[in-house]
Design a protein around this ligand. Sequence first.
Ligand SMILES: Nc1nc2c(ncn2[C@@H]2O[C@H](COP(=O)(O)OP(=O)(O)O)[C@@H](O)[C@H]2O)c(=O)[nH]1
Ligand SMILES: [Mg+2]
Length: 313
Amino acid sequence: VIPDDPDALLEAARGGSRGALARALTLIESGGEPQRALARSAYAAPAPYALGVTGPPGAGKSTLTDRVVAALLDGIAERVAVLCVDPSSPFTGGAILGDRIRMQDHATDPRVYIRSMATRGHLGGLALAVPDAVRVLGALGWGWVIVETVGVGQLEVDVAATADTTVVVTNPGWGDSTQAAKAGLLEVADVFVINKADRDGVAETRRDLEQMLDLSAPGAWRAPVVATVATTGEGVDGLLGAILDHRDHLRATPSAQRGLERARAELERALGATLRSRVAGLDGGAAYDEQVAALAEGRTDPYRAAEALLGPA
Ligand SMILES: Nc1nc2c(ncn2[C@@H]2O[C@H](COP(=O)(O)OP(=O)(O)O)[C@@H](O)[C@H]2O)c(=O)[nH]1
Ligand SMILES: [Mg+2]
């Protein structure tokens, strides 16, 4: 039997119950008081090492993640969890045969936990659920958590902000994508991967990436560019090396600025969620619905509506 009480749930998950772990993450996705209770416990424990993997659909993120999981388990991590926020991820079941067979290897491995994340429709959505899920996994002893997301939307930027290291996966021919898409990925990348390096155009893509890196604001860390063939595993050692170098860089340059930025993002998420839940609870939700209707009918403006719900700013 899987308990409902957050503490009992975490206890059961800590004891190795996959059912309890799955239920805890479902509660995190669902929002509300159970989510907050779980998150409160989770944030009391140390954070895991969070590795973001992002890039366009089909770039090979899942195939590569699978390789990185195996490489991490080979002497670096005792356990690795993977959260897939990519709706097209093979991990969610839409797999081509090869991916499914490989994932089955991991599926029976007690050192690996793979889970796709959904919003369950609550306000705040994945931008809230993913960072909390990462912390829940960390509190349960998953020392490494990989988060796979697609593209360059706000979610990716939010997830990248909570990741310790963000890997951006591109392919040969990346130079053809729009400047805006490239700039968005450039902004979040700690490591660049040119995956599908078995195809033509690797040198051009590398040149293009290096040029963009030359032009971007100089920082203490310049994202290395690594070429991989995820399907064969070629270059994965180099990718792991780049990830660990970035981890070492973070450790060697503890930054108050980085700590403050992360803390501010965490507080903003919690503030948003707390305000939303407070407002949703007023009058059993009727007050909120009334303000939405008033706004739609032009009887109020958004600022007056917010103050009607929360009091003056
Ligand atoms: N030729 C080639 N195909 C690859 C490589 N990596 C992945 N693929 C294939 O590209 C497709 C998409 O891979 P997937 O990992 O699902 O991409 P994702 O959408 O980014 O997660 C699959 O058919 C993979 O087998 C690679 O390095 N070379
Ligand atoms: Mg995928």
